[in-house]
Design a protein around this ligand. Structure first.
Ligand SMILES: [Zn+2]
Length: 421
């Protein structure tokens, strides 16, 4: 049988009191250590949690009997007596990642070792399909669980990445009325009948980068999500920065062109009006309608309406001059914006991600080159400009630590030192 049969019990015990609560909190803490740092010996767990060998041994025996933890045998570390190491049972439970965007939705099922089970499901509907998207997601989740013959009870939770203005204090999306002003978490928990944790899409991408990608080694990394819009997420001192209501990172709406175009946000000349995927596609259509020669026309069978950011990037990657110029034009404005970020934060790295990551060096090189014009030398030298290697998987991967930290870490965070005597 897949999954542990007492998942429900694990959560019920969270609400217990006294010694039971302490024990449960210590179990949570060990689960989080295994998830974050990998397999450990009993003595390593003792020093990490400041507990005695008998206490940790007992808890590990319980977690092993419950199916959460596996004995991974003798460690192959060199020197001294080699200890037995323990770690998470990858099939003890599963996590569903749901990465929502305006135009599409990615869904993936993962084990507790972050391995995707089967393929990522890509739905061609997103939040703009307001009438159908929620039932479509429910149907897709049911289908995934069915294919893998998993019961809902073995899903630890679902992490949902959501774009737009999402308020972390009341849990409401102010960009998408399809949730009817209700907390998004509640809507999804009722829809999917499981625990759901919501995070802003650009922040999940940054988490994906921090846990599985380029930001892992850095305490201070800025992640810029360039797709149809432009978002920013900041990892500062190793922590994801959110701001008062979670509204931080509206980098796309700083003004770039004082007499520029009207932005959908209601203001004039925002960065998004000149450097987002939407802006680049708009320029591409304009130039092609003016008769500019480009392989974009061939790729889209002479239908300007079929042009999207992917088309422009793939044309640029094939050496198309117009597309390369369009990316360079966008890079000029991005460089101005990134220069401001570097002056403000002195980050270790600025990572360009989202759909734009497909452009690789064709976006990185011009941004890097143009940043020199706007940035104080010492600050420029301190910050690396990188392009995400996770591509479209960054967001969905980032939902995994969201679910795991909400399940095993957040509760403990309020009871920092758990010591059982
Ligand atoms: Zn704007």
């Amino acid at each position: 049988m897949k999954g542990v049969n007492n998942l429900k019990k694990f959560f019920l015990e969270e609400r217990s009191t006294g010694v039971h609560l302490k024990k449960q909190l210590l179990k949570n803490q060990l689960m989080w250590i295994f998830y974050k740092e990998g397999n450990k010996s009993i003595s390593e767990l003792c020093s990490l949690t400041n507990n005695s060998i008998p206490t940790i041994t007992n808890i590990i025996i319980e977690l092993t009997n419950e199916g959460w933890v596996l004995n991974y045998g003798i460690s192959n570390s060199t020197g001294g007596r080699k200890p037995t190491i323990f770690g998470l049972n990858p099939n003890a439970a599963y996590i569903l990642g749901i990465d929502l965007s305006r135009r599409y939705t990615n869904i993936g099922l993962f084990d507790l070792h972050n391995n995707m089970i089967g393929e990522m499901m890509q739905l061609s509907e997103g939040l703009s399909n307001s009438d159908t998207i929620l039932p479509t997601i429910k149907e897709a989740v049911d289908k995934i669980l069915n294919i893998h013959q998993l019961d809902r009870d073995v899903v630890l939770g679902s992490g949902v990445a959501i774009p737009g203005i999402f308020n972390i204090r009341d849990g409401v999306s102010y960009s998408y009325p399809i949730f009817g002003g209700s907390p998004v978490k509640q809507t999804f928990e009722e829809l999917l009948n499981m625990n759901v944790y919501i995070e802003h899409d650009t922040r999940t991408m940054a988490l994906g980068e921090q846990w599985f990608g380029l930001a892992g080694d850095y305490d201070n990394a800025l992640f810029i999500n360039i797709g149809s819009g432009i978002g920013l997420s900041m990892i500062l001192n190793g922590e994801l920065y959110k701001g008062r209501s979670g509204y931080s990172g509206e980098f796309g709406h700083i003004q770039m062109v004082p007499e520029g175009d009207l932005c959908y946000c209601g203001r004039i000349g925002c960065l998004e009006t000149v450097a987002s995927g939407t802006a680049i596609v708009h320029r591409a259509k304009e130039m092609i309608l003016k008769g500019k020669n480009s392989i974009i026309s061939r790729i889209t069978h002479n239908n300007p309406e079929a042009i999207n950011l992917k088309t422009v990037i793939s044309a640029a990657n094939s050496g198309d001059l117009l597309s390369i110029e369009l990316l360079e034009e966008a890079a000029e404005f991005l460089a101005k914006g990134v220069s401001t970020l570097i002056h403000l934060f002195n980050p270790d790295a600025v990572i360009i991600g989202g759909e734009m990551a497909e452009a690789g060096n064709l976006i990185k090189d011009p941004v890097k080159q143009k940043i020199g014009k706007y940035t104080i030398l010492q600050l420029k030298q301190d910050s690396q400009i990188l392009v995400s290697g996770l591509h479209e998987r960054a967001g969905i991967l980032g939902t995994l630590p969201v679910v795991m930290s909400n399940t095993f870490y957040q509760l403990n965070n309020q009871n920092e030192h758990i010591k059982i005597n």
